[in-house]
Design a binder for this molecule. Sequence first.
Ligand SMILES: Cc1cc2nc3c(=O)[nH]c(=O)nc-3n(C[C@H](O)[C@H](O)[C@H](O)COP(=O)(O)OP(=O)(O)OC[C@H]3O[C@@H](n4cnc5c(N)ncnc54)[C@H](O)[C@@H]3O)c2cc1C
Length: 395
Amino acid sequence: MQHYDAIILGAGAAGLMAAATAGQRGRRVLVVDHADAPGKKILISGGGRCNFTNIGTAPDRFLSANPHFAKSALGRYTPADFLELVEAHGIAWHEKTLGQLFCDGSARQIVAMLLDECDKAVRSGGSVDIALGQSIESVTHDGTQFHVTRGGKTFATPRLIVATGGPSIPKMGATGYAYDLARQFGLKVVEPRPALVPLTLGGEETLFRSLSGVASEVVARAGKTRFREAALFTHRGLSGPAILQVSSYWRHGEAIGIDFLPDCDGDWLLAAKRAAPRTSPRRALAQHLPDRLAETLAERLALPAELGAATDKALAAAQGRLADWPFHPNGSEGYAKAEVTVGGVSTAGLSSRTMEAKAVPGLHFVGEAVDVTGWLGGYNFQWAWASGRAAGEAV
Ligand SMILES: Cc1cc2nc3c(=O)[nH]c(=O)nc-3n(C[C@H](O)[C@H](O)[C@H](O)COP(=O)(O)OP(=O)(O)OC[C@H]3O[C@@H](n4cnc5c(N)ncnc54)[C@H](O)[C@@H]3O)c2cc1C
């Protein structure tokens, strides 16, 4: 049986960061992944350019049953720290929008950087072996050592880091394996659900599907949480960054609200009536919105053909509806299309400093597997780097 100082399950963002960190501290590390290549989600992220962090990272941009849990790791490994690494590797980057940092070139550079950092382990007497392409058959614990069996071989270690992510995009090999292991060791799992995912419309809202391809800047709301970004109508319902963001907060059965005219004053429709009473509601809306959207919304508002024929009360009501248009999604496009998973291994059983299970010394959970989920825009990778780092420093 081969022995390692630490075994890491999952060669994704958090697993590779944990491996490089532990390896550079002189640890002999084995990383195990059933995929045929490391960092596959990194490669497809950010449209192939990897939105690797967000300079606006703050704990309130993460969802978790314990909103304080992420503070420690995020505070000790910041976007500036990751950026320093990116720059040290000569990777050119740019800020796209809203603090989102992307590679100028390719996400491959981020994977290459992480593998290079793993290789640096030898300088301090450590090593990082990466074993790909075989499923894990079992993980057991005899009280002091964990035994990981794959391909008929068993490896032993006193420290196990579970970095197998969440079940989003199963087509890419994503699984809920971390949850199975958590339960096996008596840890709780906060019910997982797809997040950063397009929402679907049915019933009488199906008619909005005819707007497929139309996008508009909106403020989308789920509960009290609001995001100002683009919304996109699709052939199944609603997508675009504003919708993906609210999808993480949305629960089945709830409505979401959309302010289609975030830049218009509260009485613009009344003002439009005063300025041009012969104008149709559709034309008034089309001054601020894409034509097809203006037409559909005007039809649904069922105002008279000319603004001048509508009462002020009716226009105020229409304006109120446009500022918080209720949609009743009948579902989401599910894990097949979700960028991340909300929920996961409960933080209640983990140390926020080391990601170690309080009841099972030596067992750590990092990255998306944990019940910490970031907003769209580089936050999820920042959590993967920070939590991976925290565990890598502890093993
Ligand atoms: C299309 C897409 C685009 C994204 N773009 C961005 C972006 O630009 N910015 C951002 O911040 N976030 C983005 N994300 C989210 C981000 O990719 C994840 O939050 C991040 O990869 C999580 O890191 P992780 O290491 O926890 O898990 P992962 O990176 O998913 O790594 C988990 C690893 O574990 C392996 N694994 C899983 N199950 C098993 C098993 N049973 N046995 C062995 N190995 C297993 C997987 O093969 C994988 O290599 C995107 C996600 C998707 C799907």
